[in-house]
Design a protein. Structure first.
Length: 232
């Protein structure tokens, strides 16, 4: 199973699918009872929030601006969350949950060999961030303007995905597939390579590199850095 197939199997990462997931996990907050109405309005709200935040930062964005951009009245906004802070947590929670669910559930066929598992993680991470670009840009680029609890949530999400990479590298070292003194340090260096795809994607586009080519180059670079045993 390749990365694209894994994304389709494990999660619907369309805007509608992600907002449907938000609704499921925040049913105690969202007061609109009909799912199709709630999801359609959440799509408008989240799209407006991500758009405005990319333009002027989340900190500088007001609920009134989100209302005007989304076409959802101020009164209706409060049917979905009780404050701007709750809206922030909804978005960050969705990014974290989707990432953990997908990266943490690899197909059985890649689990036997750490190298195959690592390759799958890299491919899937690039595919996922490509599919959820506005969400990841929001969580990463806007983190500095988040309130303290928001920064904490963003950091915890990054550490959770980094831990998944570390555990695979550790397993590879134990099985003599990889040669690296500090798996945790290696995993910490892999993460920025993957983040560069969505943080500076325009740079890679100018160089004619698409998602598939980028993940291939990152895999080759990481494998050399880990001194991958040719027998694996």
């Amino acid at each position: 199973m390749n990365a694209t197939e894994a994304l389709k199997k494990l999660s619907d990462v369309s805007m509608e699918g992600l907002c449907g997931s938000i609704l499921e996990r925040h049913r105690e907050t969202v007061r609109v009872q009909k799912p199709h109405i709630a999801i359609s309005k959440l799509v408008l709200i989240i799209e407006a929030t991500l758009k405005l935040s990319s333009r002027q930062s989340f900190h500088a964005t007001s609920l009134r601006q989100i209302s005007e951009e989304s076409g959802v009245s101020m009164g209706s906004l409060y049917s979905y969350f009780d404050s701007k802070d709750t809206l922030l947590l909804m978005i960050l929670d969705q990014v974290a949950t989707t990432t953990t669910n997908i990266l943490g559930n690899p197909p059985e066929e890649v689990l036997a060999k750490p190298l195959n598992h690592l390759r799958w993680l890299i491919e899937t991470h690039v595919e996922l961030t490509d599919a959820m670009l506005p969400w990841f840009n929001f969580a990463f680029l806007e983190a500095k303007s988040f309130p303290r609890f928001g920064r904490k949530a963003a950091i915890e999400s990054e550490e959770a995905s980094e831990r998944i990479f570390r555990e695979v590298i550790e397993k590879g070292v134990q099985q003599a597939c990889f040669v690296v003194e500090d798996p945790a340090f290696a995993a910490a260096l892999v993460k920025p390579l993957l983040q560069d795809w969505y943080v500076k994607r325009s740079k890679w586009r100018r160089r004619g590199i698409n998602a598939k080519e980028y993940s291939t180059r990152v895999k080759n670079f990481v494998e050399k850095a880990l001194s991958v045993n040719a027998a694996t």
